[in-house]
Ligand binder design. Structure first.
Ligand code: FMN
Length: 433
């Protein structure tokens, strides 16, 4: 069993959200060490790189490597931005960290800020996360009072200020460049890359954006050492992560497991298996944008590389379990509606394509579709991915491509056999001329 308690240990300690309890459990030792021993940026990057800590917001980009992209000779301020927007359907792990271990996140953010010489940290919290915001507000105040944030942190010459910003309920603002636009006071529209934020980010200054969970592992890496962390996981995928498992399982919740743990173990051992002991039908492994897996594909290990090898993604670790009673057409319709609603409208393929896919899916789900609709759906999805400024286009198209391909029979069954597309000229069996 590969259950670990690196972050989740704080979930089990009563009042670990409060500074005295967090400190009594080893909190702020790592940040104090980095600051008071004046660790140079290179030492922080190389430690985090050696731990093989990957970005846990979705893309899995190695954290230490990202930090090292900030130009050392850049003049003026640099910024660290914490992505706490957590809006991908099926994802709810960052919320737990902010509620139960907000100081762990702040500590990780302090260390990351030191690695790029940033004096300002912006935390962008999902607008609907009222309680997590309150929890962070309190933690920031406590850390400031203790001298861990603000001027001369830990008695050093370093100054670090945290600015908390609430979003306004837009999924697109979780995309890092849209998030920066929103923080700057503009409409939350993604920007073309390059330039990458590490070079030209917030207010056109070098900026690192990391997910809440990624940063929360940083103090643990420093405390326990990078070798320990790397070895907990598998090659190139160090340590552990939080998996938020929901849907048709007996024990939905947040589980912290080593990277590389078998998916079957998470579903059947930790999450108790499928509700009502029904048959498993499908799994969305890491948030609604990840290609769906059939029940035959769950013998895969939970790490970024293993999921990529079978054509899906580990994503945000938000796993949605569907049993044999699930109507896959309805699920895909729900997903299509979400992405159409959340498309920012900047790029034509995404703006038009997500609406088009939703309209087709509405026809199919209501029994008024044709098999041509299914082909069109597949074609439209294929034309969105890779053709937009940000990956929301891919996020919208990947579920469509995978659902239609893997559950084609179920989709075919929904489209009336008697109906043929007018343009095709073909007649269904038995149809009068
Ligand atoms: C449409 C969209 C929404 C996203 N939403 C989030 C989010 O809510 N939280 C998050 O951490 N990353 C989100 N991401 C990924 C971020 O763009 C970015 O890769 C991430 O914050 C980097 O942090 P990491 O390297 O620590 O994973 C989203 C990406 C896209 C395309």
């Amino acid at each position: 069993m590969a259950k670990v308690k690196l972050i989740t240990r704080f979930f089990e300690i009563e009042d670990a959200n409060l500074l005295p309890i967090y400190e009594a459990n080893g909190g702020y030792a790592a940040a104090r060490k980095v600051v008071t021993e004046s660790w140079p940026p290179d030492k922080i990057f190389s430690t985090v790189k050696a731990a093989n800590l990957r970005g846990l917001g979705g893309a899995g980009f190695p954290a230490g490597m990202k930090w090292s992209f900030v130009p050392k000779d850049a003049e003026g301020p640099k910024y660290l931005v914490v992505n706490a927007d957590e809006s991908e359907p099926g994802t709810f792990k960052d919320r737990h960290i902010m509620l139960k271990a907000p100081h762990l996140l702040l500590e990780g953010a302090i260390i990351a800020a030191c690695s790029i010489n940033a004096e300002d940290i912006y935390i962008y919290v999902r607008g609907e996360y009222y309680q997590p915001t309150q929890s962070l507000e309190r933690a920031i105040e406590e850390a400031e009072d203790a001298g861990f944030l603000g001027k001369n942190i830990f008695g050093s010459h370093k100054n670090i200020k945290v600015h908390l910003h609430r979003g306004a309920g837009a999924y697109i603002c979780g995309e890092e460049t849209a998030l920066l636009s929103s923080l700057e006071g503009f409409k939350g529209w993604p920007k073309l890359k390059p330039p990458f934020p590490a070079v030209k980010g917030l207010f056109s200054k070098p900026t690192i954006i990391n997910n809440v969970e990624t940063l929360s592992y940083v103090p643990i890496v420093i405390d326990k050492g990078p070798e320990y962390f790397a070895k907990l996981g598998v090659e190139r995928n160090g340590g552990a992560r939080l998996f938020g498992i929901s849907g048709h399982v007996k024990k939905p919740g947040v589980y912290e497991l080593s990277l590389g743990t078998p998916m079957r173990e998470l579903i059947f051992d930790h999450a108790g298996g499928v509700r009502g002991d029904r048959k498993l039908k499908a799994v969305i492994p890491g948030g609604s944008s990840c290609p769906v897996l059939t029940a035959d594909e769950i013998d895969v290990n939970l790490d970024f590389d293993s999921l990529a090898k079978i054509g899906s993604m580990l994503g945000s670790g938000g796993m949605i379990i569907m049993d044999e009673t699930t109507d896959m057409v309805k699920v895909l319709l729900r997903i299509c509606r979400f992405y159409a609603f959340e498309s920012c409208g900047q790029c034509t393929p995404c703006r038009e394509g997500t609406g088009w896919m939703t309209r087709i899916m509405e026809r199919v789900a209501s029994g008024e579709g044709t098999s041509q609709d299914l082909d069109d759906l597949y074609d439209v999805a294929g034309m969105i991915g890779g053709n937009t400024i940000c990956p929301l286009g891919d996020a919208a198209s990947l579920p469509v491509l995978s659902f239609v391909k893997k559950f084609r029979a179920e989709f075919e069954a929904k489209v009336s056999a008697a109906k043929v597309p007018a343009a095709s000229g073909k007649k269904s069996a038995g149809e009068e001329i």
